[in-house]
Design a protein around this ligand. Structure first.
Ligand code: NAD
Length: 476
C-alpha cells in the first residue's frame, strides 16, 4: 500500500478532487490518502506561507502530493505557495503535456501533441528583487550549470522514455549571452549524448510565435522557468482548454501532481468545473508510483468518455458534444467506461520506466578565475554622463581606469548620444589590462565613498580560463 498526501485546495479544488479521488479509488489501486489543509484558510488564519509545519512534515514523509489549485489572497505579503513548494522540495522539473483531443474537443490544431519541460527552481523566479535608486528596481536572473544540466537531461530522458523524437530548446541567448547563453550551451552539450533524438534551438520570441501557429511541428520543448510558465499556458489553451492539462513537478526525493489551472472562483461550488486537468495529474502520479495498469485503464476510460461526447461546460460544443454534465457526473462516466478503449483517439501507452532517474551532478574542475575590474553601480540624479565621469576621475589610477559608463545597459560615456534617455542608475566600469588583487576593489570603493559617490552595489569583472565572463555595454 502506497501513501499519498492530498490537498483539496480552494475554489473548485474540493469538487474536482472529490471526482478524481472517486475515480482512483474505484480503480482499486492500493493507495492510501492522507489529507492536509493548505491555501486560503491557512493564509487568512495569519500564516503568510499558506502551509503549517505539520503539513510540510506530512508531505515530506509521504513524498508524493496530489494537489488541487489554491487561491493566493491578493496583497498583504502572501507568498505563492506553489513557487515555495516547488523550490523547498527541490522539484526541479515541471512537465506539462498538451495534446489535442480532436475531433471531440474543439481546437484549431488537430495534430497538436507537445510536452513542455520547464525548469522549476531558478531564473527570475528566484525572486531576488531590490530597489536600488528612486527610479530603478532590479530582479536577479540566476541560471546555474547544475540547474541547466538537470532540466535538459530530464527532457532528453523523458523523450527517450516516452518514445518521442525531438527536443527543442527555447532561449533568448542573442540578448542574454551569459544566462540564456549557458542554457543553450548546456543544451548543445547534452544533445550530443542523445544522437537518436533530434534536437534544435529557437529564440523564444519567434519560437513562441511559431508554436502558436504550427504547434504540430513541436514534440518536447525544454526551457527556463519564466518562458516555460508562459508557453505552457499558450500550449494548453490552443490544445482546447486550460481545464484539460495536468502538470507534474519532479524532484529527487518528492514529487507534486496538479492541474495547470487555478482555483476558478468564478465557477466554484457549481459542480460545473472540468476535473480533467487534476485527473491527468493523478494519472501521471499513478505512473510515477508504478501503477501503470490502473493509469492506462483510467486514461483510456477518460478518452472514451470524451469520445462519447460527455462534456463539462468548458468544452461543451453543440456540434461536437452529446451530453452536458457536471463535475461529479463526468467522474461517474469515466468510472462507467473502465475497461473500454477509445476508438479514434490514441489509446494510452505506458512509458518504459515509471521513474526517470538522472545521474548525480558532477561538478566540473574549477576554472582559473581572474579579477579584471569592477562595475560600480551609482545612484546619481544628474543627466550628463560627462559630469559623472569627471566626478569619478579621482578614483582612477595607473592600474584601474574608467572605461565605460552605461545607463540601463546602454553606453552613455565615452561618446554617448544625446538622444539616450538616462535614469538615476549608472553603471561605471573600472577595468585593468592585467588581473588585479581583490583588495583593489575595496580601495576603489573606499575612495568612491570618500568622494561622496552613492555606490549602491558592485559587480566584479572576471575572466574564467582567460575568457571575459561579463557583458559589454550596448554600443561599447
Ligand atoms: P483560473 O485558472 O482559476 O481561471 C481562469 C479561467 O479558466 C476562469 O474563467 C475559470 O472559470 C476557467 N477554468 C479554470 N479551471 C477550470 C476547470 N477545471 N474547468 C472549467 N473552467 C476552468 O485562473 P485565475 O482566475 O487567474 O486564478 C484564480 C485563482 O487561482 C487565483 O487566486 C490564483 O492565484 C490561483 N491559481 C492557483 C494555481 C495553483 O494552485 N496551481 C494556479 C494558477 C492560479
Amino acid at each position: 500500500m502506497k501513501k499519498v498526501t492530498i490537498a483539496k485546495g480552494d475554489g473548485i479544488g474540493p469538487e474536482i478532487m472529490e471526482a478524481v479521488l472517486k475515480i482512483i479509488k474505484s480503480s482499486k489501486v492500493p493507495i492510501e490518502f492522507e489529507e492536509i489543509e493548505i491555501g486560503e484558510k491557512v493564509y487568512l488564519s495569519g500564516n503568510t506561507s499558506g502551509i503549517s509545519d505539520a503539513s510540510w512534515q506530512t508531505i515530506r514523509n509521504n513524498k508524493v502530493l496530489l494537489k488541487a489549485p489554491i487561491t493566493t489572497p491578493q496583497g498583504g505579503g502572501y507568498k505563492s505557495l506553489n513557487v515555495t513548494m516547488r523550490k523547498a522540495l527541490g522539484l526541479y522539473a515541471n512537465i506539462r503535456p498538451c495534446v489535442s483531443l480532436h475531433p471531440f474537443v474543439a481546437t484549431n490544431f488537430p495534430n497538436l501533441d507537445i510536452v513542455i519541460v520547464r525548469e522549476n527552481e531558478e531564473d527570475l523566479y528566484a525572486g531576488i528583487e531590490h530597489q536600488q535608486t528612486d527610479e530603478v528596481v532590479q530582479c536577479l536572473k540566476l541560471i546555474s550549470r547544475p540547474g541547466c544540466e538537470k532540466i535538459i537531461r530530464y527532457a532528453f530522458e523523458y523523450a527517450q522514455n516516452y518514445g518521442r523524437k525531438k527536443v527543442t530548446c527555447f532561449s533568448k541567448d542573442n540578448i542574454m549571452k551569459q544566462t540564456d547563453g549557458l542554457f543553450h550551451q548546456v543544451f548543445r552539450e547534452i544533445a550530443m549524448e542523445y544522437p537518436n533524438i533530434e534536437s534544435n534551438h529557437m529564440i523564444i520570441d519567434i519560437g513562441t510565435a511559431y508554436l502558436a501557429d504550427h504547434p504540430e511541428k513541436f514534440d518536447v520543448i525544454v526551457t527556463s522557468n519564466l518562458y516555460g510558465d508562459i508557453i505552457s499556458d499558450v500550449a494548453a489553451q490552443i490544445a482546447g482548454s486550460v481545464g484539460l492539462a495536468g502538470s507534474v513537478n519532479i524532484g529527487n526525493e518528492c514529487s507534486m501532481f496538479e492541474a495547470i489551472h487555478g482555483s476558478a472562483p468564478d465557477i466554484a461550488g457549481q459542480n460545473s468545473a472540468n476535473p480533467s486537468g487534476l485527473l491527468q495529474a493523478a494519472i501521471a502520479m499513478l505512473l510515477h508510483l508504478g501503477f501503470a495498469k490502473e493509469a492506462t485503464m483510467i486514461q483510456n476510460a477518460w478518452l472514451k468518455t470524451l469520445e462519447d461526447g460527455i462534456h463539462t461546460a468548458d468544452i461543451y460544443n453543440e456540434e461536437l458534444s452529446k451530453q452536458l454534465v457536471g463535475t461529479s457526473e463526468f467522474g461517474e462516466a469515466v468510472i462507467a467506461n473502465f475497461g473500454k478503449i477509445p476508438s479514434v483517439l490514441k489509446p494510452a501507452a505506458s512509458p518504459k520506466n515509471s521513474i526517470i532517474t538522472l545521474p548525480e551532478y558532477k561538478r566540473k574542475e574549477a576554472s582559473q578565475k581572474e579579477l579584471l575590474g569592477v562595475d560600480l553601480f551609482v545612484h546619481w540624479n544628474g543627466t550628463d554622463a560627462n559630469i559623472l565621469a569627471e566626478k569619478l576621475n579621482p578614483l582612477v589610477d595607473n592600474e584601474l581606469s574608467l572605461v565605460m559608463i552605461s545607463n540601463r545597459g546602454v553606453k552613455v560615456w565615452p561618446n554617448g548620444f544625446s538622444e539616450t534617455f538616462c535614469t538615476d542608475h549608472w553603471r561605471c566600469r573600472f577595468q585593468s589590462e592585467k588581473p588585479i588583487e581583490k583588495n583593489r576593489i575595496i580601495q576603489l570603493l573606499g575612495k568612491a565613498i570618500d568622494s561622496g559617490i552613492d555606490v549602491i552595489k558592485t559587480e566584479n569583472l572576471y575572466q574564467f580560463n582567460g575568457k571575459k565572463a561579463y557583458s559589454m555595454g550596448q554600443g561599447q
